[in-house]
Design a protein around this ligand. Structure first.
Ligand code: GUN
Ligand code: FE
Length: 426
């Protein structure tokens, strides 16, 4: 059943990247699970809907994590002194191998699903591991959490430890197909995504099979693109016939209906291709700093019209806190301007907030705004723990909430109109 609810509080959201909209002490109307707009006074026609009055709390769109790795949550905050390929070998691969054990996977994924439920994230695109049973268990836990999004059973058949490689492209496709069919039969809110880890770990034969599954079942794809210079050089060697890294996905139709994480070093032609294919680039600033990958040219991508969302990339990024990722993106864009390209203006706070809400949200449908017809994904934040004697405006309170997210109290999170947290006493 879809919810009817009127949420009262200081309502704040971004229709456009240009500015933050606010209605202090406003009414956010949700009818039949859909937003009907934000009002200063409650229109008479909505007076019979149940009212949730959150007083002086902030009410904002929930955030979308467009790229993270569920099995890496267990070791987040470790190995942050390594570069990508060494970090994969030392941390990611050994940890991911453990998910062959369903008991271990159950414990690790229960912690992950619970943390994500309590986070600022409403919807997500997440990688799992090669193992279908563990990935189904993850989807089951996430479905029960009330959140929505995509989960990907990982595919890789080269350049990985033997126990993390598919036995053959045919066998991999068979396993992946069974997994997709079971996902689609069992879950409503958690959907399957084809997930080649990245070009270095997938043969052409496997990519071709995955393309067939995307087409047969209408599922999207997610992967990594141009994260580090070493990785790009590696892809050049592995795919000498491709004009560039993006081209290595494009020949298998994997840029359409797809999320590509990172895009730190795109060539002009690749940017044009991403735009033409409608690929969503997931900017992961925290991960790009931790793994010394670099700073993505977000302004250039945005100006060219590439769809953009924001990702935590846990555990390349150390935290699933998407409010903090917003501030990371603003901070690193300042470094980019200072160190790399003074002609590219820094990202404004509304631009990044928009990217984290309506930008990423567009991958899931009409999500990420409080405009009429949008699905209601919202956070109710108590910023009283951010003690101050200064009299702040609502946009100032939002800005501080983003920078000081660790000190906030999340009062409630609505996903598709449904509250997902047990509310504490006011
Ligand atoms: N590229 C291939 N695999 C990974 C991964 O697990 N994390 C990150 N950050 N990049 C990758
Ligand atoms: Fe990643």
């Amino acid at each position: 059943m879809k919810t009817d609810v009127v949420i009262r509080g200081h309502i704040v959201w971004c229709d456009t990247p240009k500015h933050i909209q606010t209605v202090p002490h406003g009414y956010l109307v949700c009818e039949n699970g859909l937003c009907r707009g934000v009002f200063e006074e409650l229109p008479e026609r909505y007076e019979n809907l149940p009212l949730k009055d959150y007083g002086g709390r902030l009410v904002l769109p929930a955030l979308y994590d467009m790229h993270l790795h569920a099995p890496q949550y267990a070791y987040r905050g470790l190995g942050m002194d390594l570069e990508l390929i060494d970090w994969l070998k030392a941390y990611a691969f050994p940890e991911e191998a453990k998910y062959a054990d369903l008991e271990y996977a159950g414990r690790a994924y229960a912690a992950f699903a619970d943390a994500l439920r309590r986070s600022f994230t409403a919807r997500f695109c997440c990688f799992a591991t090669l193992h279908a049973p563990a990935t189904l268990l993850l989807a089951e836990l996430l479905e029960a959490s009330g959140l929505q999004g995509y989960v990907g059973k990982l595919s890789m058949d080269r350049n990985a430890p033997r126990d993390l490689c598919e036995l053959s492209a045919d066998r991999a496709a068979e396993d992946c197909e069974h997994w997709i069919v079971e996902m689609q039969a069992r879950f409503t809110h958690i959907k399957p995504m084809v997930t080649p880890r990245f070009v270095p770990s997938c043969t052409d034969a496997l990519m071709g099979k995955l393309q067939g599954l995307m087409e047969k079942y209408g599922v999207p794809a997610q992967s990594h693109l141009s994260e580090t210079r070493d990785e790009i050089a590696w892809v050049k060697k592995l795919c000498p016939d491709c004009r560039h890294y993006a081209g290595a996905y494009d020949r298998f139709g994997m840029l359409e209906n797809a999320v590509m994480a990172h895009v730190v070093y795109p060539e002009d032609e690749e940017i044009e291709l991403l735009k033409a294919r409608g690929t969503m680039a997931a900017h992961c600033p925290s991960s790009n700093a931790n793994l010394r990958s670099g700073i993505a040219p977000v302004r250039r991508l945005m100006s060219a019209g590439v769809r953009m969302g924001l990702g935590s990339d846990v555990a390349g990024g150390e935290s699933i806190d998407m409010l903090r990722i917003v501030t990371n993106a603003v901070q690193f864009s300042k470094l980019y301007w200072r160190i790399v390209e003074p002609n590219e203006p820094v990202l404004s706070f509304p631009e990044v907030f928009h990217m984290a809400t309506k930008g990423g949200g567009s991958f899931f449908g009409k999500c990420g705004s409080f405009e009429d017809g949008y699905m209601l994904d919202a956070l109710v934040l108590d910023d009283r723990p951010l003690r101050t004697v200064v009299d702040l405006t609502v946009p100032q309170r939002l800005e501080r909430a983003l920078y000081l997210s660790g000190e906030l109290r999340l009062v409630q999170k609505y996903v598709d109109g449904q509250p997902v947290l047990q509310e504490p006493a006011p």
